[in-house]
Write a protein that binds this ligand. Structure first.
Ligand code: COA
Length: 378
C-alpha cells in the first residue's frame, strides 16, 4: 500500500484506500467485480438496470413491490424540464455531447426545489430525477443537433429501452434493448474510479447532488477514463482493415502510444465486463453481417496480450457494440454516464450518510525560504 510519503508511488493514488464503501469492489488480480456482494456476472445474467440501481442505492435487491414502486418513480421522471430542452436548443449544434450533458445536468438543479438537500430523502429524490432524465437528455441532444423533434419518453419502457426509443424515434428490437440493458448494468459502478472519486470529493463538502454529478460528468469525459470508448472506435476506423492491424499496433507500440481500451489501473487480468462486451460485439457483428470490427478488436487484443501482457477493459468491445447499434461515436461516453450515474449517486448517498470532508495533503517538493524580489528588480 502506498502512502503520501512514498513520493512517486503515490502518483495517481494507486492502491491508496481513500474511502470505505459497501457499494462495490474490484479484485484486480482475480478479475472479479461485485456490486453490494453480488458478482457482476450474476447480475448481468439475471438482473435489470433498474434493479441494479435500487441495489446500489439501498444495499439490497428489491422485493417485487419495492421494484414496481421504484420503476414507477423513475418512469414518472423520464421527461426533463421543458426549460432545459429549450436551453439545449440554443447550444451550438457542434457542441460536444459530454459538454452538453454536463451543462444540462447542472441546470436540472434549478428545477428541483430541494436540489441542495443532503439528507437522504432530498438526495434520493435528486438521484431519482437525474438517473431517470440523463438518458432523455443524451437522446434529446442527438435529435436537437440534427434538427429533429425531441421524442417524448415512453413511460411503458425501461431506461435502456426508452433511451434507444428516444434516440431513434422507434422501438428497439428486444435483443438490442436487452443487450443495452446489460451494458448499463456493467457500467453502473466501479468503486473509486476517477469520476466516482470526484463525486465523493464534491459531496464531501456537503455541496448538492446535482453539483457532485456534474463534476463526475466532467471527469468521465477525459480520454483516460470514459472518453476511451469513443477513441477505440476512432482507432478501429482509422486502422481500417484486419490486415492492417499488426503493422498499426507495432508502430503505435514503437512510438510509445497507448492503445485505447487496453489496460487498467486496477485489473491485471481480464476485466469481467469485457467478457460480456466481447460477446455483444460478436453478436452485433453477426446480426449486422459486419464482422470486421470484432475481428480487428480480437486481433488487437491478442497482440496486446502477447506483446505486453495487457487485457481489454470495459471500453474496448463496447465501442464496436455501440457502433453496430448505429449509435454515433460521440455518444458512447454520454451513454457511459447514463449508466454510471447509478454508481455516482449511490456513492454520494453513502458519502452524505457518513460524511467527512475529503482533504488530503500534498507532499511539497518546491523550494522554501525564497525572498520576494520586486518586479522591477527581476
Ligand atoms: N497501450 C499501450 N501501453 C500501455 C497501455 C495501452 N493502452 N496502457 C498502459 N500501457 C503501458 C504504459 O505505456 C506503461 O509502460 P512503461 O512502463 O513502459 O512506461 C505501462 O503500461 C503502465 O502504464 P500506466 O499508464 O502507468 O498504467 P496505469 O495503470 O496508470 O494506466 C490506464 C491505466 C487505463 C490509464 C492505461 O492503461 C491507459 O491509458 N489505457 C488506455 C486508455 C483507456 O482505455 N482508458 C479506459 C480505462 S477503463
Amino acid at each position: 500500500m502506498s502512502t503520501a510519503t512514498d513520493s512517486n508511488a503515490a502518483a495517481g493514488l494507486r492502491g491508496v484506500i481513500a474511502a470505505q464503501s459497501k457499494i462495490g469492489d474490484v479484485d484486480g488480480e482475480k478479475g472479479v467485480l461485485i456490486y453490494e456482494g453480488y458478482n457482476i456476472h450474476d447480475l448481468a445474467e439475471n438482473s435489470t438496470f433498474e434493479e441494479v440501481i435500487y441495489l446500489l442505492w439501498n444495499g439490497k435487491l428489491p422485493t417485487a413491490s419495492e421494484l414496481a414502486g421504484f420503476i414507477d418513480k423513475l418512469r414518472a421522471n423520464y421527461g426533463p424540464a421543458p426549460e432545459v430542452i429549450a436551453m439545449m436548443k440554443q447550444f451550438p449544434k457542434d457542441a460536444q455531447p459530454m459538454d452538453v450533458l454536463r451543462t444540462a445536468v447542472s441546470s436540472l438543479d434549478f428545477y428541483d426545489a430541494d436540489g441542495h438537500g443532503t439528507d437522504r430523502e432530498a438526495a434520493m429524490d435528486a438521484a431519482i430525477k437525474m438517473t431517470a432524465q440523463i438518458g432523455s437528455l443524451v437522446a434529446a441532444w442527438e435529435r436537437i443537433r440534427n434538427g429533429k423533434d425531441v421524442v417524448e419518453p415512453d413511460t411503458s419502457l425501461g431506461i435502456a429501452d426508452n433511451f434507444l426509443y428516444m434516440l431513434r424515434g422507434e422501438k428497439a428490437p428486444a435483443d438490442e434493448a436487452r443487450m443495452f440493458d446489460i451494458a448499463l448494468i456493467l457500467h453502473a459502478d466501479h468503486e473509486l474510479n476517477a469520476s466516482t472519486f470526484t463525486t465523493r470529493v464534491v459531496a464531501g463538502t456537503l455541496a448538492g447532488m446535482y453539483g457532485a454529478v456534474t463534476a463526475g460528468i466532467a471527469a468521465l469525459a477525459g480520454p483516460l477514463h470514459g472518453g476511451a470508448n469513443t477513441n477505440v472506435m476512432k482507432m478501429l476506423i482509422s486502422i481500417g482493415d484486419l490486415d492492417k492491424v499488426e503493422a498499426w499496433v507495432d508502430k503505435a507500440l514503437e512510438e510509445k502510444r497507448k492503445i485505447m481500451g487496453i489496460g487498467h489501473a486496477v485489473y491485471k487480468t481480464e476485466d469481467p465486463r469485457a467478457t460480456w462486451l466481447r460477446k455483444f460485439s460478436k453478436q452485433m457483428g453477426e446480426k449486422k453481417g459486419e464482422m470486421k470490427w470484432f475481428e480487428m478488436s480480437q486481433a488487437i487484443e491478442k497482440m496486446m496480450h502477447d506483446k505486453k501482457g495487457m487485457y481489454p477493459n470495459v471500453d474496448f468491445y463496447s465501442a464496436s457494440t455501440y457502433y453496430l447499434m448505429d449509435i454515433p461515436l460521440d455518444l458512447f461516453t454520454p451513454i457511459f454516464a447514463v449508466s454510471r450515474i447509478a454508481g455516482w449517486t449511490g456513492h454520494i448517498l453513502e458519502q452524505y450518510a457518513n460524511n467527512k470532508l475529503i482533504r488530503p495533503r500534498a507532499e511539497y517538493v518546491g523550494p522554501r525560504d525564497l525572498k520576494y524580489v520586486p518586479v522591477a528588480e527581476r
